[in-house]
Unconditional design. Structure first.
Length: 105
């Protein structure tokens, strides 16, 4: 059961992370479970909330894009599902301790 649900969670996140409307409710709908069940399963298997899992996935994608792609930092924010560069920059700095532009320096 564990592999099935964890694989499904990451498969859905991988397909939808760039969607600015993708959130915990979207993930629970795609899995056909209510949010509280999703929260319990995520805490049990990952020791993180669904929101933290989605955010972590987006932050890892941001690092990949910033290190490899030749696109503006602002575009990276939109490419990983943020609709505000300022909010992305704040979340990125909280997550990694540096500004997104510092990754390229």
């Amino acid at each position: 059961m564990r592999e099935s649900i964890t694989t499904e969670i990451f498969s859905i996140i991988h397909m939808r992370y760039a969607d600015t409307d993708f959130n915990v409710a979207s993930l629970s709908d795609a899995l056909h479970v209510d949010k509280s069940t999703l929260f319990r399963k995520c805490k049990r298997y990952f020791k993180q909330s669904p929101h933290e899992i989605i955010e972590s996935y987006r932050m890892k994608k941001a690092i990949e894009l910033l290190q490899v792609e030749d696109i503006r930092v602002k575009e990276v924010a939109y490419d990983i599902g943020f609709d505000s560069y300022e909010y992305f920059s704040k979340k990125f700095k909280n997550y990694y301790g540096i500004c997104p532009s510092a990754v390229r320096a």
